[in-house]
Design a binder for this molecule. Structure first.
Ligand SMILES: [Mg+2]
Length: 162
């Protein structure tokens, strides 16, 4: 059986996601983590390249949703700047709000790619619901102590796979 902490795909950044490949795998929508996936913790807004890329996804007909465990103020500001629906305090890896996000976008979890930088929140949560999980390299090394603590265990899991 597939390891529940391992993603379907590893990419360096979100820009390296192969949209054609995803479409062929039946993916119709994306749920993105924000912090260290789309921007650093310190960036209140997406940079121009990221904002344009998100717009391009929407123009191509993909559903887009942001699910972050960070607080309402951070997530709202970020998401509203690119007009994307969101859930702050999303409690990943729990599936409750991820499932709700799929419902809102009119897709099943199996038709949704979950994109994030952390195995024990993003990837675990996505795999639990059998989403198509995509792990990105964290954008910045600046992280709080709990995230750094988890990174040690991520490294142990990932060392055999990348
Ligand atoms: Mg993150």
């Amino acid at each position: 059986m597939k390891n529940i902490f391992l993603p379907e795909v590893f990419v360096d950044t979100v820009f390296d996601i192969d949209l054609q490949d995803l479409s062929q795998n039946g993916v119709k929508a994306f749920i993105f983590d924000i912090d260290n996936t789309l921007a650093t913790y310190a960036m209140p807004l997406p940079d121009e390249k990221t904002a344009e890329w998100i717009k391009m996804l929407k123009d191509k007909g993909f559903g887009v949703f942001f699910a972050s465990n960070n607080d309402e103020e951070r997530v709202k500001t970020f998401a509203e700047s690119v007009d994307v629906p969101y859930k702050a305090k999303a409690l990943k890896p729990l599936g409750k709000y991820l499932k709700k996000a799929c419902k809102l976008m009119g897709v099943s979890p199996g038709e949704t790619a979950l994109v994030g930088d952390q195995l024990f929140t993003d990837i675990w949560g996505g795999n639990w619901l059998r989403m198509y999980t995509i792990l990105v390299n964290p954008i910045s090394e600046v992280e709080d102590s709990f995230v750094r603590f988890k990174r040690r265990f991520e490294k142990m899991i990932l060392k055999n796979y990348r």
